[in-house]
Design a protein around this ligand. Structure first.
Ligand code: FEO
Ligand code: CA
Length: 672
């Protein structure tokens, strides 16, 4: 669908909604099963639709404990010791009783000693480059001392919401074309990327920014030089007029989630990079004309050019008519050494090019490093990278580990097993006859390679978190499921609310070609049997959730999940939030609500300090998503008239995406 039609038909009001609506990139036509197809075939579509799975099927899926009654489940003691908050939505955040949730860093906050104060009416790119960026998403923490009361916080800034950032832009009719001037475009660019900042705990137990720390750094698509490693580095398809060697690139964009590596570096995943590329060649319907593009098939599969930002009008490298290869230089995982503010970040092409949601890693028993990553688009795939080398404890050597290894993609089988299919040039269909001339082609066109291998199209893989012999896969939703997946008894497509899959790797080995899989949570309101109840033990009144997105494992091995429903919150009546999700015992699959965000926001992070006494949360895009559905507001937010002015609540100060820090009153481990 063209960007113009997306905007008009979907009545999109902001970037978040635009990214969602544009998510129907043409995909591999043959396509294997969706995960829903597999589930339906395994358990019988009719049984699912009746809302009464056969006992044998339920037991097979969840084990006998799934048959525990709701009453028993409620009476049982879960592993999360906190009193659940109420679901709902209003203009501010809420945290469980007995906890403090404080603002640590706001968009525009100066992060250098000499940085100018935030002045939203007179913002400049130069000022923004010295201030905390917009739309904080991933948060990671690297301790700087044994006590753990000093550390470096690594934060991604995923994208910008111009309508509430800049005065006078009004409603979405100027989005995605808000970058109408070079000045505005460069402020947007400066607000993207990442921040690395030192924080320290004061004698009052509160964390605060260390503004004059030598660690502090802004990373942006405007001026941060990066290099490439791996099989595509130096390849012709990475060469541009400003980089004839194909070895260096300026910046990173749409950094969603990420990870902290076992050797203490910061991984930034590049997600919806397609949205930043521009063309002047549009047909009558507003669709890009790619006839003259030699890489048109690849561009189509990746949704390039998305045209959500008009940076290409002011910076030729974002215009595919001028620099078609620039698109191949985004969609990677970037590694940053947060201990060296002068270090050059590296884009690791061995991990493949797609819409990386995140990049969480684990050290395998044999010392190899394994990185899991979802490609967040409807019907796209789950990937795994295994390093060739083994971790050594020498940081400089370990920082080479992501440069060489094997990328593979998941095929979910009907019998609860999963196969990892290697994306290796020359193997199977990944040959010149099918358009792959080298391993560089395989990683640049990882989606096309995965199509050829018959990977399983998933319901939008978001965060993927390994922990011990488990891997938790957040599948947020998929509103484009084929009509056969819907039914009158279940008028909502079953994938509107997403689900969570748990993989178990054999003998704790993350480097084998197989794993077992099981659904941990089928999300949605459990009182609607087709949606929720039959998929797991009944959960509490406010504990169920929709659209799992980011997740974390705390020091006690417990799973925490944050949500991003987009406009879907109007369906659930609940703002996005953070849920503790049981993975073991009688309550396996049930959850409790710990924190919720203000209207229009989604919740990212989450990240626990190693002592589990501090939880970092990222409240992203307050006041933007679905505010037309907000009771008493019923319109799209603008700079002048936002649905909330969280967190400052001062006239004239726009809503500000912020990182929060949650601690227990009086100290101690969270939820223990
Ligand atoms: Fe940036 Fe898939 O969330
Ligand atoms: Ca996300």
């Amino acid at each position: 669908m063209s960007r113009d039609r997306v905007i008009n038909e979907a009545e999109i009001c902001n970037k978040a909604e635009a990214f969602e609506a544009y998510d129907d990139i043409p995909k591999n036509p043959h396509l294997g099963d969706t995960i829903g197809d597999v589930i339906n075939r395994r358990y019988g579509r009719r049984d699912v639709l009746r809302g009464a799975l056969a006992v044998s099927a339920t037991t097979a899926l969840f084990g006998a404990t799934a048959l525990t009654s709701a009453q028993q489940a409620q009476a049982a003691t879960g592993s999360f010791a906190f009193s659940e908050i109420e679901g709902g939505i209003d203009q501010t955040h809420h945290v469980a009783e007995g906890y403090d949730a404080d603002i640590l860093l706001r968009w525009g906050e100066p992060i250098f000693a000499e940085a100018p104060d935030f002045d939203p009416m007179n913002q400049t790119a130069e000022a923004q480059l010295q201030q905390f960026g917009y739309n904080n998403d991933y948060v990671g923490f690297v301790p700087l001392n044994e006590a753990g009361d000093r550390g470096v916080l690594c934060v991604n800034h995923e994208y910008t919401n111009e309508e509430v950032m800049f005065p006078g832009l009004g409603r979405h009719d100027k989005v995605p074309f808000a970058s109408t001037t070079r000045e505005l475009a460069e402020i947007e660019m400066a607000a993207h990327g990442g921040s690395v900042v030192e924080i320290a705990k004061g004698s009052d137990g509160k964390w605060a920014l260390v503004k004059d720390s030598a660690f502090n750094r802004r990373i942006s698509p405007l001026n941060t030089q990066m290099t490439f490693s791996g099989p595509a580095a130096g390849h012709d398809r990475l060469k541009t007029s400003t980089d004839p060697a194909g070895l260096s690139v300026i910046g990173t964009i749409n950094n969603c989630a990420g990870g902290i590596t076992p050797w203490g570096t910061y991984l930034m995943a590049e997600e919806n990079f397609h949205g930043y590329f521009w063309t002047d060649k549009l047909d009558a319907e507003g669709d890009p004309i790619l006839d003259e593009q030699t890489q048109a098939a690849s561009m189509k599969r990746y949704g390039v050019p998305g045209g959500w930002y008009a940076w290409g009008k002011h910076h030729e490298r974002f215009n595919i008519d001028k620099e078609p290869n620039e698109t191949n230089r985004f969609g990677w995982v970037v590694e940053v050494d947060p201990m060296d503010p002068n270090s050059t970040p590296v884009k690791h092409t061995a991990l493949g090019r797609f819409r990386h949601e995140g990049a969480e890693s684990i050290v395998n028993g044999d010392g190899r490093v394994v990185v899991y990553s979802g490609d967040d688009a409807r019907f796209d795939y789950l990937y795994r990278f295994v390093s060739s080398g083994r971790i050594s404890g020498d940081k400089a050597a370990d920082m080479q580990l992501l440069s060489e290894g094997e990328l593979s993609v998941a095929r979910f089988n009907d019998d609860s097993t999963l196969d990892w299919l290697p994306l290796v040039f020359g193997q199977g269909p990944l040959t010149p006859e099918n358009g792959f001339d080298s391993q560089a082609d395989v990683v640049i066109d990882a989606r096309l390679a995965a199509d050829a291998l018959g990977a399983t199209p998933m319901d939008r893989p978001e965060d993927v978190q390994p922990a011990g012999d488990k891997v938790y896969v957040m599948l947020t939703n998929n509103s484009k499921r084929k009509p056969g997946d819907e039914d009158a008894a279940n008028p909502r497509p079953e994938n509107l609310f997403g689900h969570i899959i748990e993989l178990t790797v054999p003998d704790g080995d993350h480097d084998t070609s197989t794993a077992r899989w099981e659904i941990l949570v089928k999300c949605g309101d459990p009182s609607v049997s087709e949606v929720g109840a039959q998929w797991g033990p009944a959960t509490s009144e406010h504990g169920w959730f929709a659209s799992p997105d980011n997740c974390a494992i705390d020091a006690d091995g417990r799973l925490w999940v944050s949500t991003d429903q987009g406009r879907g919150w109007a369906r659930t009546g609940k703002a996005d939030g953070l849920y503790g999700v049981e993975t073991d015992g009688e309550l396996r699959g049930s959850s409790k609500l710990f924190f919720r965000v203000p209207v229009g926001a989604e919740l990212c992070g989450p990240y626990f300090t190693p002592d589990q006494e501090t939880l970092f949360l990222a409240v992203q895009h307050p006041a933007t998503d679905g505010t037309r559905d907000f009771p008493g507001f019923e319109r799209a937010s603008t700079f002048e008239d936002p649905a909330t002015r969280w967190p400052d609540f001062q006239d004239g100060v726009p809503p500000r995406p912020s990182v929060m820090v949650v601690t227990k009153q009086g100290g101690g481990k969270i939820a223990v």
